[in-house]
Design a protein around this ligand. Structure first.
Ligand code: PGA
Length: 249
């Protein structure tokens, strides 16, 4: 299975900046070794999606939206739908990032509807799950993750197109990365939970939270780590491609 390198730009990069990034990325990605073993996905802000779509058309680099509403159209002022992402040629939608859960009150039941909407359009949801520091320190990590998975995936009958990103909230944007042991045992737990829920063994499980060129290779070489979701270090082509290039070193 190809390793996945996903860039979550959050609320960064206007369309002009997004185009400049994509043009440079396309040129530089050619030089990366073992390119055919790597799958790159960009998640720009919704308003830069069209620019990214125009720039990446015909290239190997994939893209998607950071969020979508679960209805495809209607009187929902300010929302975007997965149908628009599809029309622009995007294949992915990030679902339930911890910032969406924290600042926009997204619950597991809302996420379950979003996942259905994305899958029904033939796109791939990348569901984010993760525990807070208090939950980790009180030994609740696995039960929190299990609840997030079970509740968000409760209506998910398509067991072959799901993807998961494990992002401990305390490691996002903090520079504090989880230890290799923590990542290893948590990914193994997620893998087993997904298997018990009937998902195919090849369901990708990405790690996210302060992934950088310096730590990417050791994380990516752990069992059940199928890729990474990168925030801060994905904003520059150089650091993003250093992460992509670090695999196999
Ligand atoms: P970070 O963000 O790499 O800046 O920690 C990751 C994310 O929020 O997806």
């Amino acid at each position: 299975m190809k390793k996945i390198f996903a860039a979550n730009w959050k609320l960064h990069k206007n369309p002009t900046e997004a185009k400049a990034f994509c043009n440079k990325l396309k040129m530089e990605f050619e030089k990366v070794t073992n390119q055919n073993q790597k799958r790159l996905i960009l998640f720009p802000s919704a308003i830069s999606l069209d620019a990214v779509s125009q720039c990446l058309g015909g290239s190997e680099v994939e893209f998607g939206c950071q969020n979508c509403y679960y209805e495809t159209k209607g009187a929902f002022t300010g929302e975007n739908s997965a149908a628009v992402v599809k029309d622009l040629g995007g294949k992915w939608v990030l679902i339930g990032h911890s910032e969406r859960r924290q600042y926009f009150s997204e619950t597991n039941s809302i996420l379950a509807k979003k996942i259905q909407s994305v899958l029904s359009l033939g796109l791939r949801p990348l569901l984010c799950i993760g525990e807070s520091l208090a939950e980790r320190e009180s030994g609740k990590t696995f039960s929190v993750l299990e609840t997030q998975l079970k509740e968000a995936l409760v209506e998910c009958h398509d067991k072959t197109h799901m993807s998961i990103a494990y992002e401990p909230i305390w490691a996002i944007g903090t520079g504090r990365v989880a230890t290799l042991d923590q990542i290893k045992e948590t990914h193994e737990f997620i893998f087993k939970t997904l298997t018990a829920l009937g998902f195919v063994e090849t369901t990708p499980i990405l790690y996210g939270g302060s992934v950088k060129p310096e730590n990417a290779s050791e994380i990516l070489n752990l069992p059940h780590v199928d890729g990474c979701l990168v925030g801060g270090a994905s904003l520059e082509v150089d650091s993003f491609l250093k992460i992509v290039g670090s695999l196999g070193e």
